[in-house]
Structures are given as C-alpha cells and as structure tokens.
Design a protein around this ligand. Structure first.
Ligand code: SAH
Ligand code: SF4
Length: 382
C-alpha cells in the first residue's frame, strides 16, 4: 500500500519528500498541484522532474473518497454522501450565499458524545476520520464545484467543522487538516473563515488555542448544568463554568474574536423566556472576565427517534429578543437544504426513517418557517 498524500499537511509532505531524497521545496510544488489544481495524477505535474514523478508513482498516490451520491437542493445547497468503508457513510454540505461559499465538513463517522437532539449522536460512534478523509471533503468539493460551475477561481471561502462528529475528539487528525485549509500553498483561508464547532472538549480547546486558533463555535444549548447534563452528556465531564473559562482562555489566544454559542431551540425544553434570562446572567457574569460572545439560535431539525420538537418561530424570536435587549449579538439560523435533509443534525448517513414521520415534521416546520423573512437580528456585544 502506497502513501496517500492527502494525509499530509505541508510539513508532513516535506518530510515525506525528504524520505524520497527530494529537496523540501519540491513538496511545495507537489502540494500546490494537489490542493490548488486538484491534480491526482503525477503525470500531470509537468514542472516536477520525470524521475521524481516516477518515484512518486511507486511510493504514493492521491486518493479522495468514493462518492455515493449527490443531492442538489432547490436553494443551491449540495449534499454529498461519501463512503469511508466498512458500511460507514459521512456527509459534506456546500451552502452557497451571495457573499460566500461555506463547506460543512464531517470529522468522525458517528459521534460518541450522544447529544439528545442530534441524529449523529443517536447513531453512536464508529470511528475517527483520517486527516486525508477530512481534507478530501474540501479537496473534492472545491474542484468538483469549479468544474460544475465552470469557474476558475476559488469557490469555497468558509469552512465549518459542523458535519458529523465531534472535531475535538479527533484532534490529532483534525490539526493537519486545519493546517492544509489555512496554508497559502493549500486553500489559503484566513483563520477567521475556518470554524471548529465543539460540544465543549475543554482540554482540546486549550490545545487548539495554542496550535491553531481558528474561529470557535461552542454548542451550549442550555443556561445551567442540570439541563445541559441532560442534552449534552459531555457536560457532566466539563460543566458550563469550566467550559466558559476555557472560552475566555481561547479568546486570549485569538483576541478580537467572538466565541459563537450555538443554541438549538427545543420546544418546551430550553426555549422559555426564563432560559433566555438565565443565559443573559451567565454571559454577563463572564463578560467581566473577558468573554465576548454572540449567539446563534438554531431551529431544531426534528427526527423521530429524538422525541423532541422544534420551538415555534414566535418563541424563537421572543428568546432572541431577550438576548438582544441585553446587548448580545444574536442571529437565528436560516435552515438550508431542507428538501435534501442537509440541515444540522440531519447528517445521519445510515440512520433511516422509514416511517415518514421525519418528512411530515420537516414539512410542518417548513410551513412554520415559511414567510418569516427576518433571519438575522443584531444587537451589540455584552
Ligand atoms: N460536534 C460538534 C459539531 C457538529 S454538530 C458540536 O456539537 O458542536 C454541529 C451543530 O449542529 C451543533 O451546534 C449541534 O448542536 C447542532 N445540531 C445537532 N443536531 C441538531 C438538530 N437536530 N437540529 C439543529 N441543530 C443540531
Ligand atoms: Fe456529536 Fe455534535 Fe451531534 Fe453532539 S451535536 S452528538 S457533539 S455531532
């Protein structure tokens, strides 16, 4: 078995080239061919010496993931299912907007955290993705989209690690993948355009702050430990006070940045005005210590096994208003790709809903959200 060069960041590729008796700068050329031009065939890489190309074809390859299917939403969102072997399927979603193209990437097959409102969590954990499997999602999508849209320039401007899995429980494989995203010889994305979303793996938040302080989103979902313990089981290990302290430390490594708190709106569970007021108190208590935050309220995407339902839109807006009136920047996430099940928490791969209940609930929610135009509501920072 030869080495898959998608598994390396530029440092790793340079070390590999040195093992082949090559100067390190050859790695830069090779890296640019792979990531900037989407090349997988060494013969194409005409500015590399023929002897090197021959050597590479003996010891290395560039192999992306096998695409199982592609689903195109009427709103332009595209979802791919990729086969990662042994029956595991992961998903990647491209979300085009007027001023950006965002790719939502998976970091694990399944997830061990087991949040109650997440269908990936309900699937359980299968395995960590390799660096190559993480970066292949970007490599494939970027070069596919360029061909598909007939454009020569960069299409994907933002990355969110919000697909399947808990990225900070796969840190060793995640870090080189982030480096490829940021590398000027790779995708050249600024660290503010790459977001790692976490359910709160505190020690790894500290490591990320040191190694690669990209934008951070923290899935909070509750204003106090009793409720968060129930929704996000990892809270029992890293309770809210520890989590928020880690956020403050993170911000000292990434000054001038916000932490985005994600909050999935669950009818009758965490969506009451008193929950909003408790959140305000929590944030104010930490603002003095340097926490600056914004909130992203996510309408829950229902799936039958959860036994949960989405908050009604007036409830979501009332909740947002409490935060905004307290001076917290708050947005309500627009759901995209609803017709292809590409929304958060629906990235379930092999979890099948044969009952039709899921579709009915989605349709009901669609109707509920239909016509509501106010999506982004702004206040100022705490
Ligand atoms: N494991 C990481 C990243 C993947 S989940 C994390 O939890 O942050 C990405 C986001 O989708 C998280 O904020 C998560 O809470 C949210 N999410 C999961 N299931 C959802 C659902 N059914 N409806 C709405 N949002 C959901
Ligand atoms: Fe895992 Fe995130 Fe889903 Fe929780 S919300 S189960 S951490 S993927």
């Amino acid at each position: 078995m030869t080495t898959n060069l998608l598994d390396f960041d530029l440092e790793g590729l340079a070390a590999f080239c040195e093992q082949l008796g090559q100067k390190r700068f050859r790695a830069t050329q090779l890296f640019r061919w792979i990531h900037q031009k989407g090349a997988a065939d060494f013969e194409q890489m005409t500015d590399l010496a023929k002897a090197l190309r021959e050597k590479l074809s003996l010891f290395a390859h560039v192999q992306g993931l096998r695409v199982i299917s592609r689903h195109d939403s009427s709103d332009g969102t595209i979802k791919w299912l990729f086969d990662v072997g042994a029956g595991d399927v992961i998903e990647t979603v491209f979300i085009p907007e007027a001023d950006r193209g965002t790719l939502c990437i998976s970091s694990q097959a399944g997830c061990a955290v087991g949040c109650r409102f997440c269908s990936t969590g309900h699937q359980g954990f299968s395995r960590n993705l390799t660096t190559g499997e993480i970066i292949s999602q970007l490599w494939f999508a970027e070069h596919f989209l360029r061909k598909h849209l007939g454009r020569d320039e960069r299409i994907i401007s933002n990355i969110v690690m919000m697909g399947m899995g808990e990225p900070l429980q796969n840190y060793a494989q995640l870090l080189p993948a982030l480096k490829v995203m940021l590398d000027d010889h790779g995708y050249g994305l600024s660290r503010r355009r790459v977001t790692v979303s976490t359910s709160g793996v505190v020690p790894m938040m500290d490591r990320l702050a040191r190694d690669c302080p990209v934008a951070l989103a923290v899935s909070l979902h509750a204003p106090h430990d009793a409720l968060r313990d129930n929704l996000v089981p990892l809270n029992k290990k890293y309770p809210i006070a520890e989590l928020l302290d880690a956020c403050i430390r993170y911000q000292s490594a990434a000054p001038r940045d916000f932490i985005t708190f994600e909050y999935c709106m669950l009818h009758g569970v965490n969506d009451q005005p008193e929950h909003a007021r408790q959140l305000v108190a929590l944030m104010k208590a930490h603002a003095a210590a340097g926490l600056s935050c914004k909130f992203n309220l996510i309408p829950f995407n229902p799936f039958p096994a959860s036994g949960l339902i989405c908050s009604e839109m007036p409830q979501v807006m009332a909740f947002a208003r409490v935060l905004i009136e307290a001076g917290i920047v708050t947005t309500v996430r627009k759901t995209r790709g609803d017709d292809i099940d590409a929304a958060c928490g629906q990235l379930a791969g092999d979890v099948q809903d044969r009952t039709g209940v899921g579709q009915r609930m989605a349709a009901q929610r669609q109707g509920m959200l239909g016509g509501i135009k106010v999506v982004v509501v702004k206040g100022t920072t705490v």
